[in-house]
Design a binder for this molecule. Structure first.
Ligand SMILES: Nc1ncnc2c1ncn2[C@@H]1O[C@H](COP(=O)(O)OP(=O)(O)OP(=O)(O)O)[C@@H](O)[C@H]1O
Ligand SMILES: [Mg+2]
Length: 402
């Protein structure tokens, strides 16, 4: 039996899917470290409670307690972006295999990431880590408007501003207030289409990759409450259109020094066709992209992740058999979901394409992110059919709020 520890603060359902997958890998005894242990059975042999699952000292104490009881630890894993450095630190301290602190840092800190990418000659937005308003002004004088101002290690598009003119600059500085203690990342604004690029990487080599398209960009979704967001996985990603990003994806993983793990990169295709990296994370993608890939390849990508993390293996043949899309349902309005309109019409128009859904629940509080309160997944062998389904869904299904 190999002892595999999975760590997370809270038992969110998206998080528990990863636990279930780990527990299905043969020869694994799954152990948990949680602030709030899961109530349902997701395959843990034992769960240890710790007061702070993001504090390396507590993580270490938890790991030591589990190891005292169950024996040597084979892997220490977690999927949250803001836990990766702490987990890596404890791995290093206790000599457990897996991603190291230096690697975790370069993936987490967007300024370091861009320094490393540029040093390797890979395209990304010009940036500056601003310690004051004056730094921001100086950067804008150099690259011009628009720029993006955001936290150096942000997530979920929080506190991310597009600065287009003097007024938006003033407002952004008032809110982000860059200082030496709390620097802000300022970036040249990348124009164009935004996509993602996921990999399963083994021994520094990309062994599996997948691509999605964001419609529209997460920033535009956050700026406009009436926009519904969609992540589309086109069926065919082997054609020449994607040659450059295949190479870029491998080069980025190599430049940042990841040996083994899953990655989620965001990249832009500019109007002139050139590519630029937005950012990359060494953890599974969010926004249901794991589930979306599962639909496209007709296989359990969570299990593929688990096998990679536990056994250093990528098995089998990944055939892209479908195109698929997740439409996130959201609208402007009040603070609670009242109902969802247009479902019957949508069912008639594209019900045959729907493979999974979670409808916004009446009474549910309004979500503040681009993922809204619910989602619908569509799938079909033909990408155009999925796209048409997405358009119809956008037009017919509306969430109302009270
Ligand atoms: N330099 C840039 N040019 C254009 N758009 C940008 C730039 N930086 C960020 N954005 C937009 O803001 C979004 C959020 O930025 P970023 O991905 O860096 O932050 P994040 O908080 O980690 O987001 P998430 O967790 O949603 O991936 C991006 O998906 C993109 O739409
Ligand atoms: Mg991002």
């Amino acid at each position: 039996m190999r002892n595999v520890i999975f760590i997370a603060p809270f038992p969110l359902s998206a998080t528990l899917t990863f636990c279930k997958a780990l527990s299905r890998v043969p020869g694994v005894r799954l152990l948990g470290l949680f602030q709030e242990p899961p109530r349902e059975d997701v395959g843990f042999a034992h769960v240890e409670r710790i007061p702070d699952a993001l504090d390396p000292a507590w993580i270490r104490r938890g790991v030591e307690a589990l190891s005292a009881r169950f024996g040597p630890i084979h892997r220490l894993l977690g999927v949250l972006e803001n836990a990766q450095e702490q987990i890596a630190q404890v791995r290093e301290e206790l000599g457990i295999d897996g991603m190291r602190v230096a690697t975790a840092q370069v993936f987490r800190d967007k300024a370091r990431m861009k320094d490393a990418l540029r040093a390797a000659g890979l395209p990304c937005a010009r940036h500056m880590l601003a310690h004051s308003d004056a730094d921001v002004h100086a950067f804008i004088a150099q690259v011009g408007l628009p720029v993006v101002v955001k936290p150096p290690a942000g997530a979920g598009c929080r506190a991310t501003y597009r600065v287009t003119d003097a007024a938006s600059l003033k407002q952004c500085l008032a809110e982000s207030r860059p200082s030496p203690q709390r620097p802000a990342l300022v970036e040249e604004f990348l124009q164009g289409e935004e996509h993602s690029f996921e990999t399963l990487t083994l021994g520094g080599q990309v062994r599996f990759y997948s691509i999605t398209r964001y419609l529209p960009t997460p920033l535009e979704v956050m700026e406009n409450p009436w926009i519904q967001w969609c992540v589309l996985a086109p069926r065919d990603i082997a054609d020449a259109r994607y040659d450059a990003v295949r190479k870029l994806g491998q080069d980025v993983v190599a430049a940042l020094g990841l040996q083994t793990g899953i990655t989620h990169m965001e990249w832009f295709r500019r109007p002139d066709g050139s590519l630029a990296v937005g950012e990359i994370a060494a953890r599974p993608p969010g926004a249901r992209i794991m589930n979306l890939m599962g639909q496209v390849y007709d296989r359990d990508l969570f299990l593929d992740w688990a096998r990679l993390m536990v056994d250093d293996r990528v098995d089998g043949y990944f055939e892209r058999r479908y195109a698929a899309a997740t439409v996130f349902l959201r609208q402007p309005g009040g603070n609670r979901v009242l109902d969802v309109q247009g479902l019957d019409q949508a069912q008639k128009a594209m019900g045959h394409l729907v493979v999974d859904k979670h409808l916004p629940q009446p009474g549910a509080p309004r979500a503040d992110g681009y993922e809204g309160e619910g989602w619908v997944m569509l799938r079909h062998p033909d990408t155009e059919v999925v796209m048409e389904g997405v358009r119809r869904l956008f037009q017919t299904v509306k969430v109302r709020y009270a």
